[in-house]
Design a protein around this ligand. Structure first.
Ligand SMILES: *Cc1c(COP(=O)(O)O)cnc(C)c1O
Length: 365
């Protein structure tokens, strides 16, 4: 009998993400407003597109397994050593590498119940156990409960997204330092900063490698390169060295490395995206107020509209989808009363506002 190993066999065949392509196929739609995956509405920087296009003829070559040029640019930006930076095929790959290297099968990792799911998915895949703690009623992460759980389980890894997805909530550098100090010394803090660029720069932990922490960054959100699959870790070299033993040497797309380097060099573009996103968040806030769906504070490129009950949120999500607007909603209480909507560009914002108004007039009528 050919069969998968017992770890894999024990996992139920659920999928963390159902892509919009499948939803369109199943519903027979040929277009949809994509506001469900926090993809950038502003696309990659024109400089990234130009650099990647120019290099396409060299797609026969593997990418530099050292990602030397990109790591060099990041090391300068972070005022850190080259070896404190590791390029990966997105944060999602990095999460798997950290779990594989730092969690023994049977050991426990802790996280918030209903946060970004890829971490827990890797923990199960490598034979670990997930201990999760509920969000506070206001949708923020209960850091005290998370630290207690890590102490109780002697956790190998603690995963925290800051800013968080799906809530959008954010804690400042001091809170992160206190939280690190409250974790057991043996617990690795895996700090997912996919949205850090959208938060107040004065409150984000400063750009440096931090003891006992692997910081995860991506080009998928601010830089609009989700389809290219590229991100990076910043951590003391000693924490990253084990990952080098098992990572795929050619796992990072060559063209993605080139595009990421060009994107980093286009600061005016990134500032423009940040400004337009901040305006969009404010516009969503006003829209929520108008419609009686108050929004949660967000330090990201998405906003949660509070529909006050899970049932009502389900109805709003489905009604939007029927009108060709794809959003997502958190799966676990207390956030499952919300619908999470990516901040689109100005046209997408107007389109979304019109559809949400139409949906609300029907739901309440
Ligand atoms: C979108 C997202 C990611 C995905 O990052 P990739 O670099 O595209 O793999 C990781 N973490 C969080 C919290 C996200 O929302």
């Amino acid at each position: 009998m050919i069969r998968p190993n017992s770890t894999i066999k024990a996992i139920s065949a659920g999928e963390p993400f159902i892509g919009p392509e499948r939803i369109m196929r199943e519903r027979g739609l040929d277009s949809m407003l994509r506001l469900g995956a926090n993809e950038s509405a502003f696309g990659p920087s024109p400089r990234a597109i130009a650099a990647m296009s120019a290099e396409l003829p060299h797609l026969a070559w593997y990418g530099d397994p050292d990602s030397h040029a990109l790591r060099g640019a990041l090391a300068e930006r972070w005022a850190t050593l080259l070896d404190d930076i590791l390029i990966t095929s997105g944060i999602d790959e990095l999460l798997g590498l950290v779990v594989r290297c730092y969690l023994e099968p049977g050991e426990t990792a802790v996280t918030a119940a209903g946060t970004y799911p890829t971490f827990a998915y890797h923990v199960l895949g490598y034979g670990g156990r997930v201990e999760s703690v509920a969000y506070c009623e206001d949708g923020t992460i209960d850091l005290d409960a998370l630290a207690s759980a890590a102490q109780r389980c002697n956790a190998a890894i603690c995963y925290l997204a800051n800013p968080d997805n799906p809530s959008g909530s954010f804690v400042d550098a001091e809170a992160i330092a206190r939280f690190r100090a409250a974790l057991p010394a043996r617990t690795l803090l895996l700090l997912d900063e996919a949205y850090a660029e959208f938060a107040d720069p004065a409150s984000v932990p400063e750009r440096r490698a931090m003891l006992g922490i692997v910081r995860a960054r991506t080009f998928s959100k601010l830089y609009g390169m989700a389809g290219a699959r590229i991100g990076y870790a910043v951590a003391p070299q000693a924490l990253l060295a084990p990952l080098l033993k098992v990572r795929l040497q050619y796992g990072v797309n060559r063209n993605a490395q080139i595009g990421a380097l060009a994107a980093l060099g286009d600061e005016p573009f990134a500032s423009d995206v940040l400004e337009r996103t901040a305006r969009g968040r404010a516009a969503y806030g006003a829209l929520g107020q108008e419609l009686g769906l108050p929004t949660l504070p967000s330090a990201t490129n998405f906003v949660c509209f509070d529909c006050s009950s899970r049932e009502r949120a389900d109805v709003v999500l489905e009604a939007l989808l029927r009108r060709g607007v794809w959003t997502r909603k958190p799966g676990r209480a207390p956030l499952d009363r919300c619908v999470r909507v990516t901040v689109g560009d100005e046209a997408a914002q107007a389109h979304f506002a019109a559809e949400l108004r139409a949906v609300c007039s029907r739901v309440t009528a």
